[in-house]
Design a binder for this molecule. Structure first.
Ligand code: XUL
Ligand code: CO
Length: 442
């Protein structure tokens, strides 16, 4: 991938980031991520389809509830919205190509600023989509997934497709329609629904049953529109338990799978799992990934991490090799993500204000994933990890155990088998052994 610089170079002094290996002391180089290195039968870049998140890296100003923006973007200066958006696209593609990111993701309002006029918004998104298409073609960078932001505008304060006011739902539909059009035009491999305000703040004013039915119908009409217009990719639901709503209907992987099953959406929708959403739901990312993989719904992931001492979505860049190695065990055993990738839904801190900080953050995240992928592959190939887990269930592999699995034993028959057998043995789960094994391969 060659570097794509627009009219102006935004990240001056930073060249193409290269793999330099473990001997390198260059902070602007990869030490583990070597995109063509074959791991478990495939090049790393095919396992790890990394994507840049437009919203954090090119729109996130560092503002927080207590303070004004600290990231003052050079590409955010022009008065005309589409011209401003083109500068932002130039900066984004310069960054993607310098870093070697093969994919990116955006919300409609990240790509171009919106106003309160549907027709004008459609014009703006179509104009910037044409520009993004040119940038994609010139660089080879692809759209991993598109989405619509149905949570920032004031009209969505009571939800979008779950809003008690039907007019608001129609405005959400208008936005989704344009965002799907843009995703199709750009060859996006997915379309994501994250329902930040699809939930409630108080049960006192909420009819949960009706709201969830509205959400399902909204997803169905969106799917039907996309399919009718040639979209072949996957739809994703991104679970999160809360924030900004007190309770979000897409709480966690199990909840979303139940919802998709209830409303007959399993054929078109998969999960886009995010690390910090998993931890907010009281789970590990490993848990969420295993639940999705077991259901055949492991679609894509949003890479980040939370802060152990904070109870909110801090969206920090991933750096926990131990956690990632456990995730990569599930990931490799599931055959990777299908058809998704690893989107860095992560932001540099408010006080990380050097242009290079965005590079350090992504390089660290990509290296952490690469190292975890290699370690997990070694664990699967060279250790007893799989055997130990399989052996725990050996009593179901034959005889009465197998008959039980096949539904051939009644409760009375199970009782009789118990009465004829000795007291069960005490069998170790070997947890500490397995925990040490992970660390041995990192
Ligand atoms: C918010 C979040 C979103 C989605 C896309 O917590 O994760 O950025 O990934 O709407
Ligand atoms: Co996300």
């Amino acid at each position: 991938m060659s570097v794509l610089i627009g009219e102006k170079e935004y990240f001056k002094g930073i060249n193409k980031i290269k793999f330099e290996g473990l001997e390198s002391e260059n902070p602007l180089a990869f030490r583990w991520y070597d995109e063509n290195k074959i791991v478990a039968g495939k090049p790393m870049k095919e396992w790890l389809k990394f994507a840049g998140a437009y919203w954090h890296s090119f729109c996130g100003t560092g503002a927080d509830p207590f303070g004004a923006p600290t990231h003052l973007f050079e590409w955010d200066q022009k008065t005309d919205a589409v011209e401003r958006a083109k500068d932002k696209a130039d900066a984004a593609f310069e960054f993607f190509t310098k870093l070697g990111l093969h994919y990116y993701c955006f919300h409609d309002v990240d790509a171009v600023d919106y106003t309160n006029d549907i027709v004008e918004n459609e014009r703006r998104l179509a104009a910037i989509t044409d520009y993004l298409k040119k940038k994609q073609d010139a660089s080879g960078v692809q759209l991993l997934w598109g989405t619509a932001n149905l949570f920032s505008n004031a009209k969505y304060m009571n939800g979008a497709s779950t809003n008690p006011d039907f007019t608001v739902l129609t405005h959400a539909a208008a936005q989704v329609k344009s965002a799907i059009d843009a995703t199709i035009k750009l060859g996006g491999t997915g379309y994501t629904f994250w329902g930040g305000r699809e939930g409630y703040m108080s049960l006192l004013n909420t009819n949960i049953k009706r709201e969830k039915e509205h959400l399902a119908t909204f997803l169905k009409v969106s799917r039907d529109y996309a399919r009718a217009n040639g979209f072949k990719g996957s739809f994703y639901i991104e679970p999160k338990p809360c924030e900004p709503s007190k309770h979000q209907y897409d709480y966690d992987a199990e909840t979303v799978i139940g919802f998709l099953r209830q409303f007959d959406l399993l054929n078109d929708f998969k999960l886009n799992l995010e690390v910090n959403h998993a931890t907010l739901a009281g789970h590990t990312m490993q848990h969420e990934m295993q639940i999705a993989a077991d259901a055949g719904l492991l679609g894509s992931m949003d890479a980040n991490r939370g802060d152990m001492q904070n109870g909110w979505d801090t969206d920090q860049f991933p750096n926990n090799i131990n956690e990632l190695t456990e995730c990569m065990l599930i990931f490799i055993e599931a055959g990777g993500l299908n058809p998704g990738g690893i989107n860095f839904d992560a932001k540099i801190r408010r006080n990380s204000t050097d242009p290079a900080d965005l590079f350090y953050a992504h390089i660290g995240g990509m290296d952490a994933f690469a190292r975890a992928l290699i370690a997990a592959d070694q664990i699967l190939q060279k250790s007893d990890y799989k055997k130990i887990r399989a052996n725990r269930y050996a009593s179901y592999d034959a005889g009465h155990g197998k008959n039980f699995e096949n539904g051939k034993l009644s409760l009375t028959q199970l009782r009789d088998i118990a009465a004829q057998s000795a007291e069960p043995e005490v069998i170790s789960g070997k947890q500490e052994f397995l925990e040490n094994l992970i660390n041995r391969f990192i």
